[in-house]
Design a protein around this ligand. Structure first.
Ligand SMILES: [Zn+2]
Length: 467
């Protein structure tokens, strides 16, 4: 056998774990440290990490080009007060960066050839049409993400020895992979990686939860509902009897109470992306998500003018990472709509809170001049027990006038439901909540699945735009 050529970079030598844990304390240290330090201390850490991030940005072609285009030069940005001088960008510019320098884009400061000096791992954005956007993670970036994820779960009440079933999909996306790393390394709990319904059929997931005494479940709201309903109605197992102590999800506009009632357990919201890691998560108060402000800065900006808005006002979320070296994000307009909650959290934590994600600016449908979020439709659907919470919005142009119409198909919870009355009531409710008339169709259980992919995918599609 030929001698092995070249160096193999071992992960445990690629970063200083102790130094990292001091810089970004994982639980339990997190709670006595970052979670409670003064606002001045948070600001001081942000200043230092922000300047480091900007220096790194100047080494990366994407940012040199993007900043140079507005006349900025290295040294112009002297601190956080200058943050808003940096022009924001959206996923459109990231896609262009990938087209310009395929296959990974020039917004990353690392490439596969760096694998000779440090172990790299690749994950992607969630399922979209075409190829998903790839991301290479350097060891320190990836490990910090695991710490941020560990903090999230500790905030949700996860404890050492817990068995956590992860129902996010396993594969290219971070859905299942990132929680596995976070749970395993920084919580003391044990990840049980069932994945989505496509990896492990839903009935089998229930059997596993029961047999292995799973006491925490992570999943999208629709799948958490689906699991409970399958257990109860198809298997004759009362979800309350499973002893689930806490749930983790990405709630957005979904109805928290419905899920909590189904499981008899608190359900916590959280917010993360594959570019930025776990940015915010709810504590036991379940009243907004504490932002990991030592690792990320979130600004809320006006969707039209880009002007940064004061606390309390709704706008688009701009992300600046303070820990990423391989591919930092610096004023990335993710186009999610939320706001900063002005009040302090009753839990005593000093980290500011992000309100729920109200919807996405770019999936917002302009229907006859009115802005409609599919997520707001969902909030109405799950609030009515006549539906099992499954729905899909179909937008199309119809008739001789090419009139824009939205049809909302809503699954009935029970086949005996009076569908005519249900359609009438929902149409009335949508008119009140959305401010625009939509067509409502009550459909059989499972009928929207071919559009949404709820039973097989963790990327649920709620909007079909046929215009
Ligand atoms: Zn709190």
């Amino acid at each position: 056998m030929a001698a092995y050529e070249g160096n193999v970079p071992w992960l445990f030598r690629a970063l200083d774990y102790e130094a990292l844990a001091r810089e970004f304390p994982p639980p339990p240290n997190y709670f006595g440290e970052v979670f409670r330090v003064s606002r001045d201390e948070i600001r001081a850490r942000q200043e230092q990490r922000f300047l480091q991030t900007v220096r790194r940005g100047w080494e990366i072609p994407f940012f040199r080009r993007h900043w140079g285009a507005v006349g900025l030069e290295p040294g112009d940005i002297r601190g956080l007060d200058d943050l808003t001088r940096l022009p924001p960008y959206t996923v459109k510019e990231l896609r262009e960066s990938i087209e310009r320098a395929p296959p990974f884009g020039d917004f990353m400061g690392i490439s596969p050839s760096d694998g000779a000096r440090m172990p790299l791992v690749l994950q992607t954005s969630g399922g979209t049409t075409g190829l998903p956007r790839p991301m290479l993670y350097a060891p320190r970036d990836r490990e910090t993400m695991a710490i941020l994820g560990g903090r999230r779960f500790a905030l949700h009440g996860v404890q050492p020895g817990d068995r956590m079933m992860v129902t996010y999909s396993l594969g290219l996306g971070n859905g299942g992979m990132a929680p596995r790393e976070a749970i395993w390394r920084y919580t003391g709990a044990i990840p049980v990686m069932t994945g989505s319904g496509a990896s492990t059929p839903t009935r089998r997931q229930i059997e596993i939860a029961k047999a292995w005494k799973v006491n925490v479940i992570l999943g999208f709201p629709s799948y958490l509902r689906h699991l409970a309903i399958v257990a109860k109605e198809e298997m004759g197992i009362d979800p309350h009897s499973l002893g689930i102590r806490t749930l983790g999800s990405h709630l957005g506009q979904e109805d928290r109470k419905r899920i909590e009632d189904l499981w008899n357990a608190p359900c916590h919201d959280s917010y993360g992306t594959h570019e930025s890691g776990m940015m915010a998560a709810e504590c036991g108060e379940r009243a907004g998500m504490h932002i990991q402000e030592d690792a990320v800065i979130l600004e809320i900006a006006d969707t039209e003018t880009g002007e940064v808005l004061p606390e309390g006002k709704k706008g688009a979320v701009y992300i600046t990472t303070l820990y990423r070296w391989g591919a930092p994000q610096i004023r990335f307009n993710i186009n999610d709509i939320s706001r900063i909650i002005p009040e302090r959290c009753p839990c005593g934590g000093t980290l500011r809170r992000l309100d729920r994600i109200f919807g996405r600016n770019d999936t917002m449908v302009k229907l006859r001049g009115v802005n409609v979020f599919p997520e707001a439709v969902g909030a109405v659907v799950v609030a009515d027990a006549r539906s099992n919470g499954e729905y899909v919005c179909i937008v199309e142009r119809t008739g001789a006038e090419d009139r824009e119409e939205m049809t909302v198909q809503i699954e009935v919870a029970d086949a005996a439901t009076d569908r005519a009355a249900m359609q009438r009531d929902f149409a009335q409710r949508f008119k009140e909540v959305l401010g625009v008339r939509v067509v409502v169709q009550a459909v059989d259980r499972g009928a929207t699945d071919r559009y949404t992919g709820t039973s097989t995918s963790s990327k649920i599609k709620r909007l079909i735009d046929r215009r």
